[in-house]
Design a binder for this molecule. Structure first.
Ligand code: NZQ
Ligand code: ZN
Length: 389
């Protein structure tokens, strides 16, 4: 196993959200609050009113309208508001996009320059003092509530990049019942994101990291089992509980402990989102089985890990290893297809290959040390395979 350091400071509160607890968590840092949220969902569900009630008497500045695939302009607005109001704490209420934007605003509040600098160079953020982040998670997907990552898009430069913040959120409230209202397509995309985070950390060259691999397999079985339940019955509490906890556990650092990790599908997907603003989990759903097929057919030494994946995650028993490895990919494809979103690039609004060259170039640059190293030609082959069913 690789050496690792795991230092996660998030105070996690899993269970029914209580207004008094939310108020105490926020006000421990001061009474000047920046309240960051997305579109209409928290108003439609009544959560907005509950938050405003919880914060009554505090000095609250609102930043609404954080879009999916959060854009750097919202972060810039947040930076201006945080400085102008001498904000002491940020409360983010929403999905990964809202929380990610809040995290970078938290860094930018004490930074003199443009927040995009902090995305391009995480070391700059580490040198600023990040405002504490309190969040209420409304969608099970990214794990941002317990990690240091924040993914921000810059439409002008066609870039979608992951920044590394100096700290994980201070307090994260995880009330699974708040995800009952997540529409089926977003539930499916969120679950695909969770599954992908697990795959990215599982398909790894570290030979003896059985502890981490075993935990990942358990989390994979959880997301595979509970996603169809949540899709069929959106207010199933056990389904929403399992998905929410699985999402956090999948990307709070523990499942990467001791691994090397390539994050191949994420590097390729971030290019799709950067150029076409598609939903992150949907892009991952399209790419993941094609990536698996490419890896297995290009490098036969990967068969053993696909066999382990097939046995321990999909409960397959084929006698022949090559059959079992292929069968595991077929099961993965069939589960993703059952989630119900488009499974080709044209189905999600990417009609042709015109941007493949720069996208593959950018993704390939980051994948020289991946599980199977991928250059621009390899990435292009995977994008091409994603054009047809
Ligand atoms: O904007 P509102 O109205 O809130 O609606 C949102 C949005 O339209 C809606 N939604 C959220 N909670 C809801 C709800 N609708 C009804 N009921 C609820 N309870 O869902 C839509 C999508 O929200 P978004 O926050 O974009 O989804 P998600 O949580 O999947 O976040 C995706 C973003 O996170 C990044 C992705 O790239 C993408 O930008 N990632 C962040 C990571 C991290 N920080 O560690 C890692 C991931 O790999 C990922 O890259
Ligand atoms: Zn992801």
């Amino acid at each position: 196993m690789q050496a690792f350091r795991l230092n996660n400071q998030t105070d996690l509160r899993f269970g029914p959200l209580k207004e008094a607890d939310l108020r105490a968590a926020v006000s421990q840092f001061g009474d000047r609050v920046l309240f960051v949220y997305g579109g209409h969902s928290i108003k439609a569900s009544g959560l907005y009113d509950r938050v405003i009630e919880a914060l009554s008497g505090l000095n609250v500045t609102e930043l609404p309208g954080i879009a999916p695939n959060p854009k750097i302009d919202s972060v810039r607005t947040g930076q201006t508001l945080a400085k102008a109001n001498a904000v002491q704490v940020i409360l983010a209420v929403g999905g990964g996009s809202v929380i990610d934007a809040a995290k970078v605003i938290g860094e930018a509040a004490n930074y003199a320059g443009d927040p995009w600098d902090l995305v391009l160079d995480s070391k700059l953020g580490l040198s600023t003092k990040q405002l504490p982040i309190v969040d209420v998670v409304t969608l099970a997907a990214t794990g941002t509530e317990m990690n240091i990552n924040a993914v921000i898009s810059n439409p002008e430069t066609k870039q979608k990049l992951g920044a590394r913040c100096s700290r994980t959120p201070a307090v994260s409230f995880m009330d699974p019942s708040l995800t009952f209202t997540v529409p089926a397509r977003q539930t499916a995309a969120g679950s695909m994101d969770i599954f992908s985070h697990l795959c990215e950390q599982y398909f790894d060259r570290e030979p003896d990291n059985d502890a981490t691999k075993g935990m990942i397999e358990g989390l994979m079985r959880s997301v595979i089992k509970w996603t169809p339940v949540a899709l069929k019955q959106p207010d199933s509490l056990p389904a929403r509980q399992n998905l929410m906890w699985t999402a956090t556990a999948a990307l709070n650092g523990e499942m990467g402990a001791g691994n090397r990790n390539g994050w191949s599908c994420h590097a390729m997907e971030h290019q799709l989102s950067a150029y076409y603003d598609i939903t992150h989990g949907v892009g991952l759903g399209i790419l993941t089985p094609r990536w698996m097929h490419y890896v297995l057919t290009t490098d036969p030494t990967t068969t053993a890990l696909f066999v382990r994946f097939g046995r321990n995650v999909w409960h397959l028993t084929d006698a022949d290893d090559a059959d079992l490895a292929g069968h595991a990919i077929a099961k993965t494809l069939s589960w993703i297809t059952s989630l119900g979103f488009g499974m080709t690039l044209p189905a999600v609004g990417i009609p042709d290959e015109r941007n493949f060259a720069p996208m593959a170039q950018a993704a390939g640059k980051r994948l020289g040390n991946a599980y199977l190293p991928l250059d621009a030609a390899a990435v292009t082959a995977i994008y091409r395979a994603s054009m047809t069913p």
